[in-house]
Write a protein that binds this ligand. Structure first.
Ligand code: MUC
Length: 92
């Protein structure tokens, strides 16, 4: 199942900078691991915003939820999830 997920990141200003740096490093490692596993197919920065648009391929809503809610930055992200269906005019 394919999903388009838009993630908006809002890290509170008062957080310890070392803690934030660690969270970002952990997030990067996890994102790259999921890409290597073939579950996080696309990861694009939204120009001008601390946000991304991503495409995930997973088995179920539950798998997607587990994966997203386990991201290190999850507590600081607002997510918009859209399930994708095949477009009848798509040639690919
Ligand atoms: O920077 C972001 O968009 C948030 C998050 C998603 C992947 C990652 O490495 O960080």
């Amino acid at each position: 199942m394919l999903y388009c997920v838009e993630m908006d990141v809002a890290i509170p200003h008062g957080l310890d900078p070392d803690h934030v740096a660690r969270l970002k490093a952990d997030e990067k490692a996890r994102a790259q691991d999921l890409q290597r596993q073939g579950k996080w197919l696309h990861l694009w920065r939204v120009a001008g915003r601390y946000a991304n648009v991503s495409i995930f391929e997973v088995e179920s809503h539950d798998e997607l939820h587990d994966l997203l809610s386990g991201l290190p930055l999850f507590p600081f992200m607002t997510m918009r999830v859209r399930p994708l269906a095949r477009h009848p005019s798509a040639i690919g």
